[in-house]
Unconditional design. Structure first.
Lengths: 470, 134
């Protein structure tokens, strides 16, 4: 069948019409306002160039289709339009959220602190992150690799440049621009990028070894589809666990507290064993929350944090304590074809989890002094916060200290969880039992901590306890 | 988390092979990358029954769960056999003409896989919108 030239031209021009405004959004950014970070500008520049290249490619596409010698090739080139459309639709989802995430609408001091911390590991110094706003209050579902995959897909089809290899993308709920505590989850998202770039090959080897042992224990081979399903589930659970443990190495127990808060995990306290069951379910992509908290507790113990926090009278610590003992009642909600696979898959995951608890701290550098510094400085920081003073500069044993971000964040979290009523009592007119007072002042607390993080950067000129950060 | 890009990734991987096949037909030049990709696909088409864990990584995009699932959804056993036979003609042709003919015959198979992956990607995107989870 001959394709009408007008039909082809119309199809191609529809895609042109779709891409053109996206290209314009990215290339017509003003230099003065809104202010974007360097990484955001790099992102817009790349997408803008990809847009220009796509538009030029589309100009020549109708002729390529109409002049194709074989109908199979003409049909396939027409189908390529749908592929390109899907890729641009995917980018479409993230361009507006990235444009919304200018520096006024992001917790920049926290992001800088996380970036600095990451760079303490020499292997990761070249990695940078750009952020975009997410509509969902959910850091864990924003896939950093989607934009890269879609952009590279377009580039490979039209002959464009690949997405910058060292640039990661992270989503942040749009309402959290001036927060610090929930935003500790950003460290987990950074972990996905590190896993994909630096850990994947090694982890795949470990996953395959564990699965081979599992299959050999079963005694009969699994069907092709069953095996890929197991490999994929274990792969996703391993990556998620890596990211959790990575985040703890980066910013200490604050990540686990943020995760607890996001999951409303305090409901586990006083619940019957195995309840609520959703906390014990391994999903398609995520391990059970209780299993994740169990891994958090094991790592915190290994790093020495547990000794510091175990006595806190607070819900997230109680959750960690409860989950540390959980060993059964887990279920897999992941379309497993055979019932006997469930227990085997879980034991396979446990094996990989134990490996990660040793492996992750060996890769993340710079956390050695965290617990000792926290031990010495957190009571003093709490005293500053009780008096509503930004703890940028404190006096420890007669010496001036600018507390490091990891110490500030965890001391701030401890203050929020354990000692917040001291602040309320200290301010005339505030009612300790008022939810409104608590909510308003906890927002203030987050601002003080963000200010202290910003001051740390200024006062130390990027020099941490562990040397200069470049 | 990278979950919802699985089908898009599959579609893109399939498209890469299709573009290499088109290049082969239009420019007549055999390509090492194409041969490697086709061998991976053949391995999956011929061995969909059982496999070892490590061997899955040698099967490229069809060594992943969504790849296997899509393959099983799109093609019957007979079609898979026909697909494998066609691919054999691309990498072990009796003549340059047979190579071109086989490449042309293989393109609609890959297009069918790509179409299905794009359809499933679209469906997964919609599902993600209505069922957020952590």
């Amino acid at each position: 069948m001959t394709i009408w030239p007008e039909v082809v031209r119309q199809e191609v021009s529809e895609l042109h019409r779709f891409i053109e405004p996206l290209e314009r959004f990215c290339t017509e950014i003003r230099a003065d306002y809104p202010v974007y970070g360097e990484t955001s500008r790099e992102f817009f520049k790349h997408i803008g160039e990809l847009g220009q290249k796509s538009l030029s490619y589309l100009e020549s596409l109708p002729e390529q289709i109409l002049r194709a010698k074989y109908p199979q090739i003409a049909a396939s080139k027409r189908q390529k339009l749908f592929q390109l459309k899907s890729d641009w639709e995917r980018l479409h989802e993230y361009i507006r959220p990235a444009l919304d995430a200018d520096t006024l609408h992001l917790p920049m001091p926290l992001i800088s602190a996380l970036n600095d911390r990451l760079r303490e590991t020499p292997d990761w110094r070249s990695f940078r992150f750009t952020l975009f706003h997410a509509a969902e209050v959910n850091y864990f579902e924003v896939p950093s690799s989607i934009v890269r995959r879609a952009a590279d897909g377009i580039a490979s089809q039209i002959g464009g440049k690949p997405f910058p290899k060292t640039l990661g993308l992270i989503g942040i709920p749009y309402s959290q621009a001036d927060g610090i505590f929930l935003n500790c989850s950003l460290a987990h998202e950074m972990g996905h990028f590190i896993f994909q770039e630096k850990v994947l090959a090694l982890a795949q080897g470990k996953i395959d070894d564990a699965l081979e042992r599992m299959v050999s224990d079963i005694g009969k081979p699994l069907a092709y589809e069953e095996l890929t399903l197991c490999q994929e589930r274990i792969g996703s659970w391993t990556e998620e666990t890596f990211c959790d443990l990575f985040a703890i190495c980066l910013i200490g127990p604050a990540f686990s507290f943020a995760f607890s808060q996001l999951m409303t995990a305090s409901i586990l306290i006083e619940s019957a064993a195995g309840q609520p069951e959703v906390f014990y379910l391994y999903g398609q992509y995520h391990p059970a929350s209780v299993a994740r908290f169990r891994a958090h507790q094991r790592l915190l113990e290994k790093l020495g944090w547990w000794k510091e926090i175990q006595g806190w009278a607070s819900a997230p610590v109680e959750v960690l304590r409860l989950c540390a003992g959980a060993a059964s009642q887990f279920k897999v909600q992941a379309d497993l074809p055979r019932e006997d696979l469930e227990a085997r898959l879980l034991s396979c995951y446990d094996e990989l989890c134990s490996w990660l608890i040793d492996f992750v701290p060996s890769r993340v550098k710079g956390h050695v002094n965290d617990v000792a510094d926290f031990h010495d400085q957190s009571p003093i920081i709490a005293e500053y916060l009780r008096r509503a003073i930004v703890p940028s500069t404190i006096i420890v044993q007669g010496k001036i200290v600018h507390p490091r971000p990891v110490v500030l964040i965890n001391a701030g979290y401890q203050f929020l969880l354990e000692k917040f009523s001291l602040l309320l009592e200290n301010i005339e007119g505030e009612k300790p039992n008022s939810i409104e007072s608590r909510s308003r002042l906890s927002a203030r607390l987050e601002l003080w901590l963000l200010k202290a993080l910003e001051d740390h950067q200024l006062l130390t000129k990027g020099v941490s306890n562990h040397g200069s950060i470049t | 988390m990278q979950s919802s890009s699985e089908y898009l990734t599959l579609a893109l991987d399939v498209r890469e092979v299709t573009d290499l096949l088109i290049e082969l037909v239009e420019q007549g030049a055999p390509n090492d990358r194409l041969d490697g990709s086709i061998r991976q696909v053949m391995l999956s088409l011929q061995g969909t029954g059982q496999a070892t864990v490590k061997s899955l990584r040698d099967r490229g995009f069809l060594g992943r769960y969504v790849g296997v699932r899509t393959l099983n959804e799109v093609f019957s056993d007979e079609q898979r056999e026909e697909f494998a036979g066609t691919l054999k003609g691309v990498i072990e042709p009796q003549s340059p003409e047979q190579r071109t003919e086989s490449a042309l015959a293989a393109i609609p198979f890959f297009d069918a896989l790509e179409r299905r992956a794009l359809y499933d990607d679209n469906r997964a995107k919609t599902a993600r919108r209505y069922t957020p989870s952590r």
